[in-house]
Design a binder for this molecule. Sequence first.
Ligand code: ASN
Ligand code: ZN
Length: 335
Amino acid sequence: SYDEIHQGSGTGIYVGGVPLSTTYSGGTYSLRNPSTGNYTTDSGNTTTTGTTMTDADDRWGTGSNSNRQSAAVDAQFGADKTFEYFKTTMGRNGIWNDGRGARSRVHYDSNYTNAFWDGSQMTYGDGAGNANPLTEIDVAAHEMTHGVTQNTAGLVYYGDAGGLNEASSDILGAGVEWYANLASDSPDYLMGEQIDLNGNGTPLRYMDKPSKDGQSYDCWNSSMNSWPAKGTGDPHLTSGPLNHWYYLASEGSGAKSINGVSYNSPTCNSSTVTGAGHDKIEKIWYRTLSTKLTSASRYTAAREGAIQSAIELYGASSQACASVEKAFSAINVPA
Ligand code: ASN
Ligand code: ZN
């Protein structure tokens, strides 16, 4: 006998109603997609892995936080969309580029307000207080992209490389949100905007002007590479300049409203930048991450590698190439 692939459906907290490919075996459905290999377990508010989620009728979740399947629908859909995004837009076959999927664990610990990649799997807490589960699609794609980074450039998690590592997850996390294009979670240049981690409706991070969060950096400076990975040198703060680069190269400098969100992206050098569209910039960044950078790469190597990638993908006289170069100058990374 063999496991059959089934077309189930689910309602997540963020994704709304979505189709889900599931497995039917031994009289029950499992939240495992046989084509991607991605599957989701319920940690049961412990720090153990728990077991793969099962269901009797292949209708998963209700959209409510109190229904334990809802967060699982978001995590599983996010993992499958991320897999599909890397495959169809980047030509990468999963985190390990060998077609294998990954496990997502939901309801990890109690009052746990974080999500993480640990080298082999994604894990999501439910959030403490008024925060919602950490399973929004840009965050799911952020965590999965940590796996891609680990298996490509292998960027270490401190100094310039730490910032480039974190920003790679934010950039491609936003890329997956654009790719999924959900009505219930419209694409934007914000991270985790619906999780409400801060309890006041603000996102985890802003890419147009990272310093809007009160602590991230908008502009690169050469001493960042020697800052410790804790406090001021936290990779979630030193990611700011590259996130800012991504926004500038995609949309250009100045004020703009997209899908109902207002952005205002000033440059660090008083220049004006014209955007080339986020889809091209994501492809350029993925090519840089997977073919130009190594574990201790600095922001200057990111500039050089991204310009080279833009030339290879779109040509030296393309708008994309000009936008990439001008946006690096605009975050104060010199040639
Ligand atoms: N959610 C965080 C991240 O993926 C966890 C961490 O600080 N590494 O960046
Ligand atoms: Zn991260």
